[in-house]
Design a protein around this ligand. Structure first.
Ligand code: L14
Length: 336
């Protein structure tokens, strides 16, 4: 089997470390692993397949000989360094929001639009965590009953905001004084209706990402999406209340039957036993969990769902590695 030289940019961050873990777990065909980070984090070592690997400082010359570069070091680093990686001949899979809406950059969830991988010109974008878990469930429903409109509210865990966010929650819960604030307010015992920065019209950037990215990944601009994104004092895992309006009529049993069979989705819906998706059950799992499935009786073809997934895994690291796996398959089939 062909092996690939893989770079991870932002290797010491929560997503970067998870990427390294997922590469190992899934036995990704890694020839050499090159770990890259800011000068501040360089010098650390991270164990991969039982071997310590040094973390080096990221420079524009870091990508010589690299086949695949996984980026998760924020939008500014991606904007600056992804073009250098592409020039060196690497495929970039970028977890930031920097390239997602560029027309030349495929935005991919392998269960939904693997065919878009082919259109890449060197960069493939990994979508926003909240969007990934939603479209994995919505795509098979859309194919069958055509979605007109989605109203989503998120309850997002803190790990998406990085190590400082974890320190803030733990510090506040431990009643430490002078806890450094990653969020604009206390997060312990609180809910913040703000993820990312506010943009025009009173929405946050996270809410706008959910609208635009859903249309792009599903390949259908006619799907209307409106979102409210909130931060909850949960460590890992994003939860979503999703209300869907279909064009066609559906039977509720058919929704259950369909979602039971979708790859990457686990149905957890046994309300008599209080079984439904929860973030604590999603942690360290790669699937997207769906439950609380019920008809919205206030409109003609309406459905309510509750969707949960581990934001560092399917929402970030796992999806990125799955894109790389799918890319390898497609390149191989092309040359065969
Ligand atoms: O668009 O939980 O990738 O703050 C990364 C940070 C999504 C939100 C992205 C968070 C964002 C996430």
């Amino acid at each position: 089997m062909k092996q690939y030289n893989v770079a991870v940019v932002g290797a010491t961050g929560l997503v970067g470390r998870k990427m390294i873990q997922v590469l190992e777990e899934r036995k990704f065909p890694v020839a050499k692993l090159r770990l890259l980070a800011s000068a501040k984090s360089a010098g650390t070592t991270i164990v991969f397949n039982g071997q310590p690997v040094d973390v080096n400082k990221l420079t524009k010359n870091s990508f010589k000989g690299i086949d695949i570069a996984l980026f998760s070091a924020g939008g500014a680093i991606s904007k600056e360094f992804a073009p250098h990686a592409v020039k060196a001949g690497a495929l970039v899979i970028d977890n930031s929001s920097a390239w997602r809406m560029e027309p030349d950059v495929p935005l991919v969830v392998p269960e939904v639009n693997p065919q878009d991988i082919f259109k890449n010109k060197g960069i493939i974008a990994n979508p926003n965590c909240s969007t990934i878990q939603m479209v994995v469930v919505l795509k098979p429903l859309h194919d069958k009953w055509k979605i007109k409109r989605v109203v989503v509210s998120t309850y997002q865990g803190i790990t998406g905001a990085g190590k400082k966010a974890v320190d803030q929650l733990e510090g506040e819960l431990a009643k430490k004084t002078n806890v450094e604030k990653k969020f604009p307010h206390q997060i312990a015992y609180n809910v913040l209706p703000q993820i990312d920065v506010f943009v025009d019209g009173g929405y946050t950037k996270e809410e706008i990402k959910m609208v635009n990215e859903t249309k792009k990944i599903m390949g259908d601009d006619s799907i209307e999406v409106t979102a409210t994104c909130a931060r909850v004092p949960v460590k890992g895992g994003h939860s979503e209340s999703v209300n869907v309006e279909f064009e066609k009529q559906f039977k509720i049993e058919d929704v259950f039957d369909l979602l039971r069979k979708v790859p990457g989705v686990t149905l957890l819906d046994d309300v008599a036993k209080s079984i439904y998706p929860m973030p604590i059950w999603s942690q360290e799992k790669d699937d997207v969990f769906v439950g609380r499935i019920r008809r919205d009786e206030t409109i003609a073809n309406g459905l309510n769902l509750w969707i949960v997934s581990d934001n560092l895994r399917k929402g970030a690291a796992t999806n990125a590695v799955q894109i790389a796996e799918e890319w390898i398959k497609q390149v191989k089939n092309q040359s065969a």
